[in-house]
Write a protein that binds this ligand. Structure first.
Ligand code: ADP
Ligand code: MG
Length: 242
């Protein structure tokens, strides 16, 4: 579903991605972790064309992201993205947040988009908050709205960039629970997170980045079950967060 082949990226003279290759199969969950500044956000944003890259190739569902002929807005509409900062429209209600892109981008009717919004808000446990504005919700609730809004577009894959790191600790699990359900339902997911309990539970593979490089790309069992076989850098990192 997602394939990165030897992707490199520079900001000016600074290289931030160095020959990164990995893939996410349909229905697979890949967790990306690593120290701050290692290039995780940059990597995940190249996948839906939010960050250009200078070398290599990224193929998403058969479409080359970097090709000049690629319709990026169309591709982006098919890939859900959830950020650390929820990025909801503050002047729209929860329901309006979920309906907007369905109507504008997918051409759905008011009724159809509303029905889809309702179903998804029930799924993330927010049916009681449909007519509220984002500012009236907790961080955990806002992030669940952001996930529901991404799902309303019927994405072929979901990208998450540290979705729980801006949340108060007591709200982390309500968001992770939604993501666990999504993973178990077979959604293709690429998740930047340091929540290793989540990774252990649902990741098929774990990618560890350091200084723009993919240092480890291994199965869940190899990553967590054979820590002693991991690179020194990965072990150091894990010893700080586990
Ligand atoms: P991570 O998400 O792992 O913390 P990032 O992908 O955000 O790392 O950043 C990787 C590197 O790229 C960092 O050294 C960061 O300072 C640099 N960087 C990120 N965005 C920009 C930018 N817009 N201009 C210049 N450098 C950037
Ligand atoms: Mg980041």
């Amino acid at each position: 579903m997602i394939e990165l082949k030897q992707v490199s990226k520079w900001y000016g003279h600074t290289q931030v991605l160095d020959d990164c290759s990995t893939q996410v199969a349909k229905g697979e969950v890949v967790v990306v972790c690593g120290p701050s500044g290692s290039g995780k956000s940059t990597l995940i944003k190249t996948v839906n064309g939010l960050e250009p890259f200078q070398k290599g190739e990224i193929i998403v569902d058969g479409v080359s992201v970097g090709a000049s002929s690629t319709n990026l807005p169309k591709l982006r509409a098919r890939i859900g993205m959830v950020f650390q900062s929820f990025e909801l429209f503050p002047h729209l209600t929860v329901t309006q947040n979920l309906k907007l892109a369905q109507i504008k981008v997918l051409g759905r009717s008011d009724q159809e988009s509303g029905a889809r919004a309702k179903t998804l808000l029930e799924r993330v446990g927010l049916q009681a908050h449909q007519e509220k504005y984002p500012g009236q919700l907790s961080g955990g609730q806002q992030q669940r709205v952001a996930i529901a809004r991404a799902l309303a577009m019927d994405p072929i894959a979901m990208l998450f960039d540290e979705p729980t790191s801006a949340l108060d600790p007591e709200m982390v699990n309500e968001v992770l629970d939604v993501m666990v359900d999504l993973a178990r339902e077979g959604m293709t997911m690429m998740v930047v997170t340091h929540e290793m309990g989540f990774a252990r539970k649902v990741a098929d593979r774990v990618v560890f980045m350091d200084a723009g490089k993919i240092v480890e790309d291994c199965t869940n069992d190899d990553f967590f079950g054979q820590l002693e076989a991991r690179s020194e850098r990965a072990q150091q990192f894990l010893s700080k967060i586990l």
